[in-house]
Design a protein around this ligand. Structure first.
Ligand SMILES: [Zn+2]
Length: 371
């Protein structure tokens, strides 16, 4: 584990950069919202669906139900993916966005404990996905991801004038996951709201968005701890400690984007989940999620076995997925050990969303530390 806290000078520089990026992002968001409110979505569908669907095409088949978990890191997104994957009709896929980006090219570890190319599930999925494709499927798909999964959606505009091949390949990947796993519903916990905007515009997919939030003070405290690279333990690269202000600002940006995503897909296809509520009592949360999935196999999670959870083939995500069994526990150690100044710094930056998500500004006497 890497410890240590970068100096204030570094934090000031980082904060300046983040504030600048935030302003650019907000400007782009306002422009894109003004210029292409919801027409992007419709226009992409029009482009990808120019006429009568071809026999056997994604448009003709019933859409594949995808549960997309959006949110910021260290917020329990992988744990929710694993919990949903306990359902016999749900394939917990982990951060599927990373498959072509680095997991398959680097042969990184699957949650089942072996490198992904030795995992029968993912090697079978990629074999099905590659049928009839060029040998350059993975690099071409990766480049198209960079264009289409940007947060502000400008890349999706560029993609419109290219072709709908990437959309077809995206649907084909999820079809391969369903066929290989034998499970009708797929969880994608890639977190990034930009990817979900692209998936929402992909024919052949029926998207349900779960926006996961966690108290940003807990997130910031968790991200102050770094981890050395341990490939077999699920840490594919060194994770450096993140300055508090960096986390607070990014947490705000990502959650605002996730809120916009939920508005885009609609209230009947999205919901917000607090990490703390999920860990305290997962069953009502899972029930609420499944109620929004329009598929006969998405029923009351009575079929989810009680007791410890067992990860499946989450292709990437937090290191917890490499444990053979997981018991959900509240992680509120930050309330006892996080210095008061640091707590207040994060509280100040995140105040508007803290209130919206129902987190108290102050800790109770029994929760907080004295320092
Ligand atoms: Zn596996």
């Amino acid at each position: 584990m890497v410890r240590g806290y970068p100096g204030r000078q570094i934090e000031r520089v980082v904060t300046h950069r983040i504030v600048l990026a935030n302003q650019v992002y907000m400007g782009c968001t306002l422009v894109s919202a003004a210029v292409l409110p919801d027409q992007v979505h419709g226009a992409e569908r029009d482009l990808a669906d120019p006429g009568e669907p071809a026999p056997g095409s994604a448009q003709q088949r019933a859409p594949i139900p995808i549960i997309y978990i959006a949110g910021y890191g260290r917020s329990g997104t992988t744990l929710l993916d694993i919990a949903l994957g306990q359902h016999p009709e749900i394939m917990g896929g982990g951060e599927i966005a990373t498959l072509a980006r680095h997991v398959w090219p680097n042969d990184e570890y699957c949650a089942c404990g072996v490198p992904v190319r030795q995992c029968s599930t993912w090697s079978g999925i990629v074999a099905r996905w590659s049928e009839g494709e060029t040998p350059w499927l993975i690099p071409e798909f990766r480049r198209a991801q960079w264009r289409t999964e940007t947060l502000v959606g400008l890349g999706r505009l560029i993609e419109r004038v290219r072709s709908s091949r990437h959309a077809a390949r995206t649907a084909k990947l999820f079809e391969a996951i369903v066929a290989q796993s034998g499970r009708a519903i797929v969880v994608d916990s890639s977190k990034l709201p930009g990817r979900a905007f692209a998936l929402a515009a992909t024919p052949g997919i029926q998207l349900t968005v779960v926006h996961v939030v966690r108290d940003p003070r807990g997130v910031a405290w968790s991200l102050k701890k770094g981890f050395l690279r341990q490939v077999e333990a699920g840490v594919q690269r060194e994770l450096r400690p993140k300055p508090l202000l960096y986390t607070a600002l990014r947490w705000t940006i990502v959650n605002l984007a996730a809120e916009r995503l939920c508005r885009r897909v609609g209230a009947d296809r999205s919901l917000r989940v607090r990490y703390e509520d999920f860990v305290a009592d997962p069953r009502p949360v899972l029930r609420d999620i499944l109620a929004r999935v329009d598929h006969e196999d998405a029923r009351e999670p009575a079929s989810i076995p009680a007791g410890p959870m067992r990860p499946q083939h989450q292709v990437a995500g937090s290191r917890h997925r490499m444990q053979p069994e997981i018991v959900l526990r509240q992680d509120e150690v930050w309330k006892k050990v996080m210095p008061r100044f640091q707590r207040w710094l994060v509280t100040l930056v995140c105040a508007p969303l803290l209130r919206r998500y129902g987190y108290a500004f102050r800790l109770t006497e029994s929760e907080g530390r004295k320092a």
